[in-house]
Design a protein around this ligand. Structure first.
Ligand code: FE2
Length: 377
């Protein structure tokens, strides 16, 4: 078994630890701020009790040594002593973080295209409500793929709320806590007609945008009306591969989205179609031809390139090799990560009935439910 060692640098501003043959470096200020003891953090919630300004600006490592699986540190100038679990330090190491100039997606997700169709699985509601493991497995797939389908088997009005309640919380909007999608004589929104819809993310005119959408089928005897899903992150990465300058303008300049219902609702947002974190991780896609407002945040010299990029991105999104499709039967639903996966509908005929209900939720609740289930295993 290899020996665990530690050494403080000459300025005492950092130390290195050799743990099971791996070298990890940590700064004095990082260690002091991230102490795990009861003076620094509340037991249970782990909330930090200190502000950074409570910690001396000239914090240094006075001494450090390893005892078993723990690193013991004394800081100067305040002689503060604390200790760290070496496994925790390894889990939180940061000295190999490299800046990535190309866009990237989290290692916890897998992007997909049409090939994903072959492995499309419909979740079994009875199993996932009876067995925590089945629920955790469905959530793991949902968080990895950005979508999931469930056969609930219930065709009661409002059954979708019970689905959301299993995972998180409904997000109420001006459409209510749910909305109906079916043919209406005087449609106020194109979603309520029999026309096909281009793949889109919902409600990009909201800020913050709803991060989960559920569409639940209550009746479906109309011909057509299949649902299609497209992985927006896969489309964005493909755009970058094919034409990096198009990716650049769609992620650099903000689009505007707008929804107006006269006398009742005015919603406007300003965000890029491809939103990146500061470290170039792809964070969100906003794409919706119906609510795309006149772009006014693109420089004159870039506007033609911006429109060429928008067209190229739309062509990738419309490309059948990027989509999966399925027809929902009554009692079935699908959920999407609305910041990543676009949904679309093929046109359906006026004969027969097609009645879907939709609702929004936020994905943090889903992640929390999954993490709690995983921790309990
Ligand atoms: Fe939609």
């Amino acid at each position: 078994m290899s020996e665990n060692l530690c050494a403080v640098d000459a300025e005492a501003t950092s130390l290195s630890v050799v743990y099971h043959g791996e070298t990890m470096r940590f700064h004095a200020i990082w260690l002091r701020d991230n102490a795990q003891d009861e003076h620094t953090r509340v037991g249970g919630s782990g909330q930090r009790l200190l502000t950074l300004t409570d910690i001396p600006n000239n914090t240094r490592i006075a001494s450090a040594h390893i005892s078993g699986e723990r690193l013991l540190v004394t800081f100067s100038p305040d002689h503060y002593q604390t200790q760290y679990d070496l496994a925790w330090l390894r889990q939180h190491r940061y000295d190999k973080v490299a800046y990535r100039s190309a866009p990237w997606v989290a290692s916890t997700i897998e992007t997909w295209n049409h090939d994903r169709q072959a492995s499309l699985v419909v979740g079994d509601w009875r199993q996932m409500t009876a067995q925590p493991k089945a629920k955790a497995d469905w959530l793991a797939c949902f968080l990895c793929d950005g979508f999931g389908v469930i056969n609930v088997g219930d065709t009661r009005d409002g059954a979708l709320h019970e689905v959301i309640a299993q995972f998180g919380y409904v997000r109420e909007t001006n459409y209510g806590s749910l909305f109906n999608v079916r043919t209406e004589v005087n449609p106020s929104n194109l979603a309520f007609t029999g026309l096909g819809l281009q793949a889109h993310t919902d409600n990009p005119y909201r800020d913050p945008v709803p991060t989960v959408q559920i569409l639940y089928c209550l009746e479906n005897s109309a011909a057509g009306g299949e649902n299609m899903l497209v992985d927006g992150f896969a489309c964005a990465l493909r755009l970058y591969q094919e034409t990096p300058e198009y990716f650049e303008v769609l992620s650099r300049y903000c689009a505007r989205f707008e929804y107006v219902e006269k006398g009742n609702t005015i919603l406007r947002s300003k965000r890029p179609m491809i939103e990146l974190c500061a470290d170039n991780q792809i964070r969100a896609i906003r794409f919706n031809n119906r609510s795309f407002a006149a772009p006014v945040d693109v420089p004159f010299e870039q506007m033609e390139t911006y429109y060429a990029a928008y067209r190229a991105f739309a062509k990738i999104i419309d490309d059948p090799t990027m989509e999966i499709s399925f027809k929902l039967n009554p009692g079935e639903c699908f959920l999407v990560d609305n910041t990543r996966v676009l949904h679309a509908r093929k046109g359906y005929s006026g004969s027969g009935n097609r009645w879907l209900q939709g609702a929004y939720a936020d994905i943090d609740g889903f992640r929390s439910t999954y993490d709690v289930l995983e921790e309990a295993v």
